[in-house]
Ligand binder design. Sequence first.
Ligand code: SF4
Ligand code: SF4
Length: 475
Amino acid sequence: MEAGAVKQSPLFIKSIPIVTRSVKGKFRNLKTAVMLFGYSFYFILPWIPWERAGAPSQAVLFDLVTRRFFIFNLIVYPQDIFWLAMVLFILAALLFFTTGLVGRAWCGFFCFQTVWTDLFIRIEQAIQGERPARLKLQKQPWNSEKILKVGSSHFLMVLVSFWTAISFAAYFTYAPNLLGNLISGHAVEATYITVIVLTITTYAAAGILRENICTLACPYARFQSVMYEADTLAVSYDARRGEGTKGRIVPKPGLRIREERIEQGHGDCIDCGFCVQVCPTGIDIRNGLQYQCISCGLCIDACNNIMDSVGYPRGLIRYDSEINLKSPTPTKPSIQWMRPKVIGYALSVLLMTGTLAYHIGTRLDTEVAIQQVRQPLFIKLSDGSIRNRYQIHLVNKTELDETYQVGVKGIPDEALDMGNIPHLKVSAGKDLRVNAKVSLSRELAAKTKKFKFIIKPSSRDEAPLEIETNFNSPQ
Ligand code: SF4
Ligand code: SF4
C-alpha cells in the first residue's frame, strides 16, 4: 500500500458461527428460571378455559372480530386505547429504569430473541453434544451422522417455532378449535398467514441469525449507551486485577500460585478463554464494555468457575460500575438507587402504573358521551318554544346485551323527545348513537342554562349515570 493511502474496511465480513460452551452458575440458573417462567406464561395462557356470559371461552383472548380484548375478567374496548398507550409508556420507563441500574439486563434475560435462542442452543447441545463435539461436527464433511444430527436439531427448532406461532395465533381465536380449524382448512386466512410468517421468522431469528439480531438489527443495542452512567452496574472485567502490570498469562510452573503471579507482576486472568467460549454474542469482555454485550452474565459464571478451580477469589468478571472499577479502593459492587435519573424513572413508573390501575379500577360498565348538535345551536318552534338537539353515544362494556332508559333532570320529563326509541338496546360490547330533542317553553328556556341527562341500565340495579349538558336559547 502506498504511504498515506487510507485502508478500506471490507463491506462484507463472513460471520463465523458461534458455538457456545455450556456453563453452570447463578446467572445461568437465573436465565433458566426466567426462560421457564416466560415459556409457561406464553404457551399456557391462551389454553386456560374461562367462562364468559355463560359460554366457554379462554382466559386471554384478543378478539379482533368484535374488537374486544378479554384478559381474565377484564374486557378492553377500542375506547380504552389510552390503557395501551399507558402500558407502552410504563414498559419503556421500566426498560430505561433497569438499564440505568443494571445495564442491558433486559436483553440478557427477558428479550424474546435471547430466550428463544437459548432454547435452540440447548436443542443443539442435546443432539450434537458439547462445544468440542459441535465444533468437530461443523468441520467434518457431510455424512450420515452430520445430516442426522444437524437435520434433527433444525427439525426440532422448526417444530418449536411452529408451536410458538400456533400459541401466538391461539391468543386471537378460540384456542380449543384452532388446530382442528387449521387442519380442516376452516381457519381464516389471517391465521394461516400468521402461523406461516411467525414460524419462519422465529426459526430464522433464533435458529439461524441468532446473535446477529442483537448486534446488527436491534436498535436498542445502539442507543442503550445513552442510558448508562458511571454508576450503572454492567458486566465488566476487572482489568487491573486480571492483567496486573505485565498482563495475563497462562499458569505454568512458578506462575500457578496467586502470590507468585502478583509478585511477578501478572494478574489473575489465566487466559483460558472460557469467558469467550460461553458468550452467546461471541465477544471478549476483557476488551471492555461493548455494544454487543447483552449482560447475560454467563461469562461471570464461567470465570467464577475457573477462579474456584485455581483457588483465586471470585469476581474477576462481575457486575460492577465504572466508578468502582476505577476507584483506588474498590468496594463490594452494589446497585446505586439514589440517583436523580433512577429516581425519575422509578417515579414515572409508579405514577403511570397508579394512574392505569385507577382507570381500570374505576371504569364503568357503561360509557356515555353526549354531544350537542351545533348546526344550528337551537331552533325556534312555531309556538315560541326553543329546541336543542343532542347526540347520545352509548357503549355497553358488559358481556350481556343491555337496554337503557334515558331521562332528564332539572327540566320537565316531557321536554325530552327520543322519537320512536324511548329504550335503547345495545348489544354486549357494542355502541349506539341516537339523537334526542329537548324542547322548552320560551320562559323556561330563558332560565335554563344547564340540565342533566339520566341514563339507567334496565337489568342492573345500579345508580343511574348523570351527564350535565348545556341548553342554548336566544338570550
Ligand atoms: S460478554 Fe458476558 S455478559 Fe456480555 S454477552 Fe458475552 S457472556 Fe453475556
Ligand atoms: S474466564 Fe476468567 S480467567 Fe479465563 S480468560 Fe476469561 S477472564 Fe481470564
